[in-house]
Design a protein around this ligand. Structure first.
Ligand code: FES
Length: 315
């Protein structure tokens, strides 16, 4: 099981490791960006002070009686100098001129003026457009008014169809938003940080930690906790493939054959440094070979195992 565990550990480690790098890099970038610049505070005009409701406003009852949609909720607002009633129905909200009782249309001209009133930067307002929802207005539903400004930050102000300023977006926010997307791994909506990818990465990271602990313990042998001078030795005879004896050497008990040979200057091929996962350190045991381990079975063919071949790093 260990070789498979190492292999899975390696590949999950790569995937989770890449995401960890993205988490850290995006976190660093987001923390370095000035939060006031991200929010566009510099070009945001202070909220207008509350104005008293005009004395010449008509009462609400005739407005409700003439409403085009049954109102579930009523509120009042000033759209610049225009007092309005907002009649919120089940599906739509109707604006009514609070002085005349007539339906009130929030057109592109007024949207542009409302956006300009909430802006105090050096740019000039462009044309107001009614647009579909986008990533820049993802916290809001339905169509919105979009008003671009000609400043260095490409400020764009979004308003609701009822005239509320919804968002001030700018290039710093857009940069922040890309790193936010990488950080929360929500590559479509950019607001769900409980999405399947994040959960998978978290589970993968947890599994990585547990399997790492397991692999840590399996990579130690009891003999490694005993100083070499207190351990016994064992002799090894090294033969060439034709059976002729090449060398005789001694290794410390507890060291693998791979380590014992390396300490005597005989370095077997390896891609895993004796980690029982590459299968390159194969040797054939003369006489009675020990029972094959799971690592032997995972990396050597049955015929090689039958012939007495084993992994030197596992002997
Ligand atoms: S399996 Fe790689 S060195 Fe033994």
């Amino acid at each position: 099981m260990t070789p498979w565990m190492r292999k899975i550990h390696k590949w999950i480690g790569l995937a989770v490791g890449l995401q960890l790098v993205l988490w850290m890099c995006s976190g660093v970038v987001m923390s370095l960006l000035d939060v006031k610049a991200v929010k566009g505070v510099e070009y945001k005009a202070p909220a207008p002070s509350k104005r008293p409701w005009p004395a010449d406003a008509i009462p609400l009852s005739p407005v409700l009686a003439a409403a085009q949609v049954p109102a579930q909720n009523v509120s009042t607002a000033w759209l610049l100098d225009q007092p309005v009633y907002r009649l919120r129905g089940e599906k739509a909200t109707q604006l009514v001129n609070a002085r005349t009782g007539q339906p009130f249309d929030l057109d592109a001209g007024l949207a542009r003026k409302l956006a300009s009133a909430s802006y105090r930067g050096p740019g000039v307002a462009g044309k107001a457009e009614l647009v579909e929802p986008s990533l820049e207005t993802r916290a809001h539903e339905g169509k919105v008014w979009r008003v671009p400004f000609s400043d260095g930050e490409d400020t764009t102000i979004y308003l609701s169809l009822q005239g509320d300023v919804l968002e001030h977006r700018n290039n710093t926010w857009r940069l922040f938003d890309v790193f936010w997307m990488l950080h929360i791994m929500d590559y479509t909506g950019r607001q769900d940080f409980n999405n399947a990818l994040v959960v998978s990465a978290a589970v993968g990271g947890f599994w990585l930690a547990l399997s790492g602990v397991w692999l840590l313990f399996t990579s130690f042998s009891l003999a490694e906790f005993i100083p070499k001078r207190w351990r016994g030795t064992r002799s090894l005879l090294v033969h060439a493939p034709d059976g002729s004896r090449l060398r005789s050497l001694r290794g410390h008990a507890g060291d693998s054959v791979f380590v014992a040979l390396a300490q005597q200057g005989l370095q077997l091929p390896s891609n895993c440094g004796g980690g029982q996962s590459c299968g390159l350190c194969e040797v054939r045991v003369r006489g009675g070979a020990p029972a094959a381990t799971s690592a032997d079975r995972a990396l050597l063919s049955p015929s090689r195992i039958e012939a007495g071949c084993r992994l030197a790093c596992n002997l």
